[in-house]
Ligand binder design. Structure first.
Ligand code: NCD
Length: 309
């Protein structure tokens, strides 16, 4: 049977996604039940681009399931530096591991790998394109803390042009009803036109604004902050001009709604002042913890392993 991969958050139906999120919540409540579920299984993490959370949370997830991990953390420490193609690497790694998580600076590289792979491949971020496991993390965080998706007003703030987590999460949220989007970015960092066109075509209410102020925050249930994606800017000058465009600080939180949760995929640079971390609405570190539960759920699901209740 052909392995099942995860390239985009839309690869799962809404029902499948619900089941995955339920599994994530069950893992959170009863981690001991799952401690041996992946014994004898191996996860390979092939990271051609830097990462802290995504790679380590995948590795922690597999270890929590009793499995083993292998892999590389940068292009320089793999045969890519000798010119090996992603297709050849995956054919070989398929012989060493039962499941693969791949991050690559080129859009579509994990998809190419999945076509040649004998085992499930998970896209752990491909260039400025998609980051489906961050989206699963974000969805689990939102559903666990807000209880539902329908009818939420979600603000995205920062680098909406290069921020792949933003593109993936918008696409995923569009499948729920009554969602409204407030897209807050400098003119030069607006969402790519394919994202805007998708919102228009689906008839989703959205507005694009520049300022992060009382007016733009007043209806938000979620504020999803992002950093300027330095590595994807064409020159350092533009990055320096944009990097501190938004700073969410205690003063701004005072004028934000009481129920507005602040999410961030992390790493944070300057866009959220450290003083905000103690605000009960700041949930980005909890979000990172949810990332481990949902990756555990994903590994189990793609490997077809079920654990009896
Ligand atoms: C994000 C990414 O890699 O796109 N980080 C992550 O995986 N948690 C966001 C970012 O790097 O800004």
């Amino acid at each position: 049977m052909a392995p099942r991969h995860l390239m985009s958050p839309l690869d799962f139906t809404v029902e499948e996604l619900d089941k995955l999120l339920d599994l994530g919540n069950d893992i959170e409540k009863h981690p001991e039940k799952y401690a041996h579920a992946c014994e004898g299984k191996r996860l390979a993490t092939l990271f051609y681009e830097p990462s802290t959370r995504t790679r380590l949370s995948f590795e922690a997830a597999m270890m929590n399931l009793g499995g083993k991990v292998l892999g590389f953390a940068s292009q320089d420490s793999s045969s890519a530096s000798k010119g090996e193609s992603v297709s050849d690497t995956i054919r070989v790694v398929s012989c060493y591991a039962d499941i693969v998580a791949m991050r690559h600076p080129k859009e579509g590289a994990p998809l190419v790998a999945s076509m040649k792979s004998a085992v499930p491949v998970i896209n752990a971020g491909d260039g400025g394109h998609q980051h489906p496991t961050q989206t699963l993390t974000d969805l689990l965080t939102i559903r666990s803390l807000k209880g539902h998706f329908d009818g939420l007003t979600v603000g995205f703030c920062g680098d909406l042009k290069f921020g792949r987590t933003v593109h993936s999460l918008i696409e995923a949220l569009c499948r729920y009803s009554g969602i409204r989007f407030v897209l807050i970015s400098p003119e030069e960092l607006r969402v790519p036109s394919y994202v805007r066109d998708g919102l228009k075509a689906g008839g989703f209410p959205f507005q694009e604004v520049v300022a992060l102020n009382e007016e733009t925050m007043k209806d938000l249930d979620i504020l999803y902050m992002t950093r300027a994606q330095r590595e994807r800017f064409f020159n350092e000058e533009d990055y320096v001009r944009m990097k501190d465009f938004y700073i969410l600080d205690r003063e701004k939180m005072k004028i934000a709604p009481e129920g507005m949760l602040v999410l961030h995929p992390l790493p944070r640079v300057n866009e959220i002042a450290v003083e905000v971390d103690d605000d009960p609405r700041a949930v980005y570190f909890r979000q990172a913890q949810y990332g481990v539960y949902i990756r555990m759920a994903l590994i189990l699901t793609l490997l077809g392993i079920s654990v009896d209740a």
